[in-house]
Design a protein around this ligand. Structure first.
Ligand code: FEO
Length: 395
């Protein structure tokens, strides 16, 4: 293993998953990492573990530094299996170690791995664990990403072990933010926030404000996915604050699918209407792009315009999947428009509008429908629809 040192006595001991492309449905175009950290002081602590299939890597990395019998404490910041999957194996090896988790973390460990984990000790916000010269302080962060989640802050070294927060799915040879290509890094940071944390925007704002009010200085943010932020941790914190405040650009995202080209033609006419107002439009055919990437585009757009042909009196199945995903993520403060084609009965636009309204989205009505193949009059309506939405989102 390359020796990755955050500060003297504090090592990254995680694993890089170069090959994963589907992380429970999230398309991970650049793989990911499962970060774990070993802190050696008078007492030795392991912070988090890794996905089960990478247990051997974690074991090898730790054993290059210290024997498992010398580990005194294991901190489980979050029980989702990409972080806790190897804990049954690690707990057997580190037989002298006490395990710490939040109260809901302990419950989740028992639910996942059985009653051996009844012995886990629970911690809450403000509790501290002395390692010698160093101190670990716990900060509960419920719903970032699960109810059990927490941060662990290393007081003397000013390191925030933030688990899922401030992470990204990005496999790289380098471990620190200042060592990797910035454009690729920020693409993945944005994708991660949009697809995992967008739903949690109000909580993120509150939790960051709470941590700021605690007055704890942060020199390094060490998340459990992707790079360690050491150059300027405030950059990622500020990006989270902006996204969670709903900051967006005057830009429209058009998402559609098509059967015989009619909805496609409508989408292009809408795009021309938007562009005619000097507003940027980006157009995505669902069958050509992953939901993960489209959601990332939506994060910073003020309007989303969605089109579907009618199939069996309903929206096209790809739109059903997309709308289920995006209504679950509940992006805030966007204007939504809907359009589509049909042959006889229709139903796609009505169904999409109903889904959007049920999710509390602001819908620009009425939507646009065209029968069979849009004629010039239909396309003019689409152009005008695009123009109207552009005018609404212009600065
Ligand atoms: Fe990376 Fe919520 O687990």
């Amino acid at each position: 293993m390359v020796n990755v040192v955050l500060k003297e006595g504090i090592n990254w001991v995680g694993a890089v998953d170069w090959n994963i492309r589907d992380f429970h449905g999230y398309t991970t175009n650049r793989g990911t990492t499962y970060n774990a950290y070993l802190i050696q002081d008078e007492k030795t602590a392991l912070i988090d573990t890794v996905k089960c299939s990478f247990a051997d890597t974690l074991i090898e990395n730790v054993e290059e530094l210290i024997g498992f019998d010398k580990i005194d404490y294991i901190i489980i910041n979050h029980v989702e299996m990409d972080h806790s999957g190897s804990i049954p194996q690690i707990a057997k090896l580190a037989k002298n170690a006490k395990i710490f988790a939040s109260e809901r973390g302990k419950d989740a460990l028992i639910e996942h791995y059985g009653h051996d984990f009844e012995k886990v000790e629970t911690v809450k916000t403000g509790d501290e664990l002395k390692l010698g010269k160093r101190t670990l302080r716990f900060i509960e962060t419920p719903m970032l990403h699960w109810p059990d989640s927490m941060f662990t802050y290393m007081v003397e070294d000013k390191i925030l072990f933030s688990n899922d927060a401030f992470g990204e799915h990005f496999a790289s040879s380098e471990r620190f933010d200042d060592e990797v290509d910035q454009e690729r890094l920020w693409e993945e940071v944005t994708t991660y926030y949009a697809n995992i944390l967008m739903l949690l925007a109000p909580l993120i704002t509150r939790k960051i404000q709470e941590v700021v009010q605690m007055g704890i200085p942060i020199e390094i943010i060490a998340p459990d996915h992707g790079v360690i932020w050491r150059k300027d941790p405030s950059k990622i914190i500020n990006a989270y604050l902006q996204w969670s405040a709903g900051t967006a650009k005057p830009r429209a995202i058009i998402v559609f699918d098509t059967m015989w080209g009619s909805t496609d033609a409508m989408a292009r006419a809408i795009e021309e209407g938007i562009a005619s107002q000097g507003v940027e439009a980006r157009l995505f055919k669902l069958r050509n792009r992953e939901n993960t990437d489209i959601v990332t585009e939506i994060l910073e757009a003020k309007a989303v315009i969605v089109g579907s042909p009618t199939l069996n009196n309903q929206m096209f199945p790809t739109l059903g999947g997309f709308l289920t995903y995006i209504t679950g993520l509940k992006p805030k403060g966007k204007l939504w428009g809907f359009f589509g084609s049909y042959g006889w009965g229709g139903g796609a636009v009505k169904g999409m509008v109903e889904m959007a309204k049920k999710a509390g989205f602001e819908v620009y009505e009425p939507g646009i429908e065209a029968k069979y193949v849009p004629d010039q009059e239909d396309l003019k309506k689409c152009f005008d629809f695009g123009q109207q939405i552009a005018q609404k989102i212009k600065v």
